[in-house]
Design a protein around this ligand. Structure first.
Ligand SMILES: O=c1[nH]c(=O)c2[nH]c(=O)[nH]c2[nH]1
Length: 326
């Protein structure tokens, strides 16, 4: 009987996990992120982390949880409410400066604390808070105490760990990112040359108001890790700066080509990365009036109607192979 069970365990890969989402963590006066290597496309040089805030999702994995599903046996269940408390408690113990580092720290602590857990999947979206600007005797300066939740676009991080044969935590997969950029280029984008057949109604466009929703994700190569050194850390703000710069510079023939060019620039700027992935949506405005009283290029637009197009693409370091250096 035992042999059959073991064989089944090897051949049947069951999906099994449970956890907690929307764990909102706000840590005040965390370590500042300093010593980041700057790039020409961005003036980002660090984060003060007066408020280090994020929305965390965590899931625990392990064969030990099987009977909680199959027999209602809760004896090895870490309640998801306790997971939430665990994450919040660790926020007080973390002395690093990045979400990637924090998630790794929490994942390791889970495996240390609970022997029966075999793996952890944890991800987060970071809230960026910007200093309020206040007027006083010295002119308009940063408040240092009052912050506004900065932007819609959010740094993203994902870490998956598993216990190895020696019982120690190992990284299985991880990814960093920036999600939910909304970028409009008012002039200088086209889309033409696509298949024209009995299904085509879209007019070719030689100067469209290209509006994209964009999420960008990147992975470090095996010799580098996002929580290793600030000098090798790739910040969401920097990748965002590259995306905005390329969008500005390039007269793009399509979103497909635009994201490829952004990906190549990111890999060229950051040799410590092995790949960059994109998810984009096309929200290009509809043109309502081609002319206005202002003359020149002035027009009137409105939001597009659904459905919306999307693109997904991963750029690898090999894609740079036949390019000269800048
Ligand atoms: O950049 C674009 N890529 C497409 O594949 C596409 N298809 C479409 O209708 N509009 C666009 N725009």
């Amino acid at each position: 009987m035992k042999v059959i069970t073991e064989t089944m365990a090897e051949t049947v890969k069951r999906s099994m996990y449970y956890g907690k989402g929307d764990v909102f963590v706000y840590r005040s006066f965390a370590s500042p992120l300093e010593g980041v290597t700057t790039i020409p496309e961005s003036d980002f040089c660090g984060r003060r982390n007066v408020i280090f805030g994020m929305n965390v999702q965590v899931a625990l994995k392990g064969d030990a949880f099987l009977t909680s599903f199959t027999e209602g046996d809760n004896s090895l269940v870490v309640a998801t409410d306790s997971m939430k408390n665990f994450v919040l408690y660790q926020a007080g113990k973390y002395d690093g400066a990045t979400m990637e580092g924090f998630l790794r720290f929490v994942a390791d602590k889970f495996l240390e604390r609970y022997d029966h857990i075999s793996g952890v999947e944890i991800s987060g979206s970071q809230f960026l808070f910007a200093n309020a600007r206040i007027g006083g005797a010295d002119g308009v300066v940063d408040s240092g105490k009052v912050f506004r939740e900065g932007t819609r676009e959010m740094p993203y991080a994902y870490v998956e760990t598993a216990r190895n044969r020696d019982g120690n935590a190992e990284i299985v997969r991880r990814q960093s990112g920036v999600t939910d950029l909304h970028l409009i280029k008012i002039k200088g984008s086209s889309f033409y040359g696509y298949i024209h057949d009995e299904y085509t109604t879209l007019p070719e466009s030689f100067d469209r108001p290209l509006y994209i929703y964009l999420s960008i994700y990147w992975r470090y190569d095996d010799d580098h890790a996002p929580d290793q050194s600030a000098a090798e850390y790739v910040a969401a703000e920097q990748v965002q700066g590259i995306a905005e710069t390329i969008f500005h510079e390039l007269d793009s023939p399509s979103i497909q080509y635009l994201i490829y060019e952004i990906g190549k620039r990111v890999l060229r700027r950051f040799p410590q990365l092995s790949e960059v992935s994109f998810e984009s949506n096309n929200k290009t405005w509809e043109t309502v009036l081609e002319e206005t009283v202002s003359g020149g290029d002035s027009k009137v637009f409105t939001d597009p109607r659904p459905p919306y197009g999307f693109q997904g693409f991963t750029v690898f370091r090999e894609d740079l192979a036949d390019e000269g250096s800048e």
